[in-house]
Design a protein around this ligand. Structure first.
Ligand code: ADP
Ligand code: GLC
Length: 482
């Protein structure tokens, strides 16, 4: 099958979160099982700089407002997966991030920037595509940024590929003013409840949910959760209507990039049989972060966006008492200014026990994943979550809330699961500080029992967190549409 994979970020070209990891690794996994996948992505400066073998594929004329754009072909630098980048300097080649300007505000023309991504995806998915030697069978577009793709396809009137919406986070919906409907070249007649309209706005994500032939999301639990008021962010009704078209497929991770036995960011390497060498990584991390070098002090790690979703305010509330009890804490992340400030103040109060790195840093993220003893991820909701899986693979058992992909990937350690060899982490139910604190205390108790701890670590390291199984599941979804 020819599959056009439409995404607004893909590691290692450009990344703000897990969508980039998935866009970097799922297409490669699909190619490994014989499918012909190409990635379509905006030509941000970082993308054009890193693309392997860049060459002009075609020019598209007269997109609404935007004018002409060039489609540049190339390959992913690591996996060689073919990429098509939309070159349009005034839309995409800017200082700042893919979604936010350098001051942290959303780009005001995001509807145009991602409306154009969707528009180009629809043009390339038409049976009359100008790229006549590569006409896709399936267009798999991700999150709100690609959300208008099936709407443009529908209103083009031409036969097109089958469409699949991949939902990675329902909290981001790409809602914007009604005036964008006509500016983007969509028919105003479609601006109503059974179409593009969502509570008085044009909604990119709702359009995707409404018009896509099929919908995937990134864990079985999240697929159920999004059909309820608590997790549906207002779209639960429409999602329930489309229930029979929703497939929850757990993300995999790139097990080459995230491998403690070969990870180039680590000063020492280890695997399940040489876990004592993980201690050397911990030591190096303590030195690097200015923490007391102490092999016995339990080191709790966090790598995350610091936002309400991730529940790290709950962790902040109990972190002081954990430090008082002798724990060390290493945090890497950025986001909500008050949460950042809270963690920075904590680090000032416990300079030898708490380290906070505000910002985005790939090397430190790998080092915390490997050097920490326990990984903390108390998310209020988590469509899938990748860090808990990195934690499993690095012998760093995660403490997680029972939601979304966390519930589907971590097995709570209790007498029974420890005995039968399925325990991999620590799971709690309600998003409150007390429950999180209790779960961390349970983890600390196991940590002090070295033999039990090693078992839990090894169970996690043996868990299959790769893409093979999930890539097959995506293939089945695509096939069922053809
Ligand atoms: P989300 O996409 O919701 O942020 P995920 O767990 O799916 O959550 O993915 C987050 C990805 O971003 C992981 O690969 C994680 O390691 C990475 N990440 C998050 N914050 C940082 C940071 N400050 N520095 C480096 N990597 C980060
Ligand atoms: C989103 C979700 C996260 C998921 C990632 C990749 O960013 O918040 O849970 O792992 O997408 O699917």
């Amino acid at each position: 099958m020819r599959i056009l994979f439409v995404t607004s970020e893909a590691h290692p070209l450009i990344k703000t979160g897990g969508l980039a990891d998935v866009s970097g690794s799922l297409p490669a996994a699909l190619r490994n099982i014989g499918e012909d996948v190409r990635i379509l992505i905006p030509g941000y400066r970082q993308v054009l700089d890193k693309l392997r073998n860049p060459r002009v594929l075609l020019k598209l004329k007269w997109l609404p407002i935007v004018g002409d754009v060039t489609i540049m072909g190339g390959e992913m630098p690591d996996t060689g997966v073919p990429v098509m980048a939309i070159v349009c300097p005034h839309l995409y080649e800017r200082d700042g991030g893919p979604y936010l300007d350098p001051r942290g505000y959303e780009w005001l023309d995001n509807p145009l920037r991602f409306g154009s991504l969707s528009r180009v995806a629809a043009i390339l998915s038409s049976k009359a595509s100008p790229l006549s030697n590569w006409i896709p069978d399936i267009v798999h577009f991700n999150d709100w940024q690609g959300g208008l793709t099936p709407a443009f396809m529908r209103f083009s009137g031409a036969p097109c590929a089958k469409s699949v919406l991949g939902i990675h986070n329902l909290a981001f919906q790409g809602n914007c003013a009604e005036e964008w409907v006509e500016k983007l070249g969509l028919p105003y007649e479609a601006y109503h409840i059974h179409g593009l309209e969502y509570y008085g706005q044009l909604s990119f994500l709702k359009a995707g949910v409404f018009y896509a032939d099929s919908i995937t999301t990134v864990s079985p639990t999240y697929a159920r959760e999004i059909q309820t008021p608590e997790f549906g962010f207002g779209m639960q009704g429409l999602l329930s209507d489309r229930s029979s078209h929703i497939h929850g497929i757990l993300n995999g991770i790139d097990t080459n990039e995230w491998n403690p036995a070969t990870d180039p960011h680590l000063p020492e390497h280890y695997d399940a049989d040489t876990l004592q060498k993980k201690g050397l990584v911990k030591r190096a991390l303590q030195e690097h972060l200015g923490l007391t070098v102490d092999p016995d002090a339990p080191l709790l790690g966090v790598v995350s966006r610091l936002t309400h979703q991730k529940g790290l305010d709950l962790f902040l509330e109990c972190a002081g008492s954990l430090a008082e009890e002798g724990c060390q804490i290493a945090i890497l992340g950025s986001g909500d200014p008050s949460m950042q400030q809270g963690f920075v103040s904590l680090a000032k109060a416990y300079p030898k026990q708490v380290s906070v790195t505000i910002g985005y840093n790939e090397a430190i993220s790998h080092q915390i994943m490997a050097g920490a003893d326990i990984f903390i991820m108390p998310s209020r909701f988590e469509p899938c979550g990748l860090n808990q899986m990195y934690g499993l693979r690095y012998g760093t058992p995660p403490v997680v809330r029972r939601t979304g992909g966390l519930a589907d990937s971590v097995c709570d350690s209790n007498a029974e699961s420890i005995a039968d060899g399925t325990a991999t982490g620590f799971v709690f139910d309600t998003a409150d500080t007390w429950q999180l604190h209790v779960a961390i205390q349970r983890a600390l108790a196991c940590y002090r029992d070295k033999e039990t701890w090693k078992k839990i670590q090894r169970n996690g390291m043996a868990q299959d967190v790769g893409w093979d199984h999930s890539a097959d599941a995506y293939r089945e979804v695509y096939k069922s549409l053809l």
